[in-house]
Design a protein around this ligand. Structure first.
Ligand code: AMP
Length: 393
């Protein structure tokens, strides 16, 4: 049995055909630049990557082309035992604390939540609508916010006028929840204990951190939107909101320009002109002082969150690194751990240098905190959740 996992962006469709039981990604692909003069498509099956340039004017044409690739390159979906489609949706508001079978009501709720995630939910919905038209199997939505519905009010509520906050649904919803849930469960399995105080650092192009006690999220760095928290590829993360008013007043920037500035032209990109951490390291190693400073700012923010979440939880048992930077950047991990030395956290330099897809412990046996690297797998987590929903039908 397989599940087709779809992550639909504003001009892209990422997909994976997953065997939820074995965890195998049977076919993986990406359609980019939908709606532009030429769209780029990659489809990988049986270890061979096939690439195409086509004109695909909308998500419907994009998905039709993907289905044609499954038919011609393989695997044929009818023969691959597809039992569900799992859709990633960024914002589930307070309605969803787990995956949901897509009905008209669920679809309309996702649409209704668009004002809370204007960059994401409408794009997610486009993928849902075209996939429901083209694939006659149950469709399931898996929300990025669901894992954080357990946040206590003291963490989720901003100290904002209560009536305004409640009227406009302004609160901390978090994001990357599928990854934080998957990784924190893997960490508990690895350690062999459920009763743990954990911090998960999801460091990818987007970056977030969560505090998890006994398997339940108690705090997370992303807020109303994925803008808050850590320094990211192109987002500021935490910033004094008054910076926005200030720039509006003194630089005459409009709300849309400021939205673009803090979401797309800041973070590592804003600091050094590159949003890829590898490029930042190359610049820093070449003597670029701004790049070295950007790394320091990045690490400083992470350490600040680790300290505050350890205090909030009253201790820390396991600290886990995941996602593109967390899984691959041993130097950055070493810099973070070095700053935790006063608290008895010590790095095992040998295991930290290992590359691979395996879970690994990168702290010494004497370390006060177990530090792990756990590759995240959001597609597999979505496939398994979709499978659970279908099994309950
Ligand atoms: P993700 O969003 O999880 O796919 O992560 C993507 C990011 O991971 C890229 O933008 C890079 O900054 C980062 N990345 C991938 N490989 C490495 C590496 N070997 N060293 C440092 N950063 C990396």
């Amino acid at each position: 049995m397989t599940v087709l996992v779809i992550n639909s962006g504003s001009s892209s469709i990422k997909y994976q055909l997953v065997d939820p039981e074995s965890g195998e990604a049977i076919a993986v692909g990406l359609v980019e630049q939908i709606g532009e003069s030429s769209s780029h498509i990659k489809h990988t099956y049986e270890g061979v990557k096939h690439e195409f340039d086509e004109t695909l004017s909308d998500h419907g044409e994009g998905l039709r082309f993907v289905l044609h690739l499954f038919d011609t390159i393989g695997p044929k979906l009818s023969e691959a035992g597809i039992v569900a489609v799992g859709h990633r949706v960024v914002q589930g508001g307070r309605h969803f604390d787990g995956p949901a079978l897509i009905t008209q009501e669920v679809r309309d709720l996702v649409a209704e939540l668009a004002p809370l995630a204007p960059l994401h939910n409408p794009a997610n919905l486009r993928g849902i609508d075209v996939a429901r038209d083209l694939l006659d199997v149950p469709h399931v939505v898996v929300f990025d916010t669901a894992f954080f519905q357990t946040l206590p009010e003291e963490a989720a509520r901003y100290a904002l006028d209560r009536e305004i906050a409640d009227t406009y649904a302004v609160r901390r919803y978090g994001a990357h929840g599928t990854s934080h849930q998957y990784v924190s469960r893997k960490a508990a399995e690895y350690v062999g204990r459920e009763d743990l105080k954990q911090i998960v650092l999801h460091l990818g192009n987007g970056a977030s951190v969560s505090a998890v006690v006994d398997g339940e999220a108690v705090d997370t760095s992303m807020g109303l939107t994925p803008l808050e928290g850590l320094v990211m590829g192109t987002r500021t993360g935490d910033i004094d909101p008054a910076v926005i008013f200030h720039l509006h007043r003194v630089a005459g920037m409009s709300i849309d320009e400021l939205d673009d500035l803090v979401n797309k032209r800041s973070g590592l990109k804003g600091l050094v002109g590159e949003n890829d951490m590898r490029a930042v390291w190359d610049m820093a190693n070449g003597g670029d002082a701004n790049a070295r400073e950007a790394l320091d700012i990045y690490v400083h923010r992470i350490v600040k969150y680790i300290g505050s979440y350890a205090a909030v939880m009253g201790g820390l048992d396991v600290l886990t690194f995941t996602a593109g930077i967390g899984e691959n950047d041993d130097l950055l991990r070493a810099e973070v751990i070095a700053r935790l030395a006063p608290f008895g956290v010590t790095l095992n330099a040998e295991t930290n240098a290992i590359r691979g897809d395996e879970i690994r412990k990168i702290s010494t046996d004497e370390s006060s905190v177990t530090v792990l690297v756990i590759p995240t797998n959001e597609e597999l987590a979505i496939a398994r959740q979709a499978m659970d929903v279908v099994a309950g039908l």
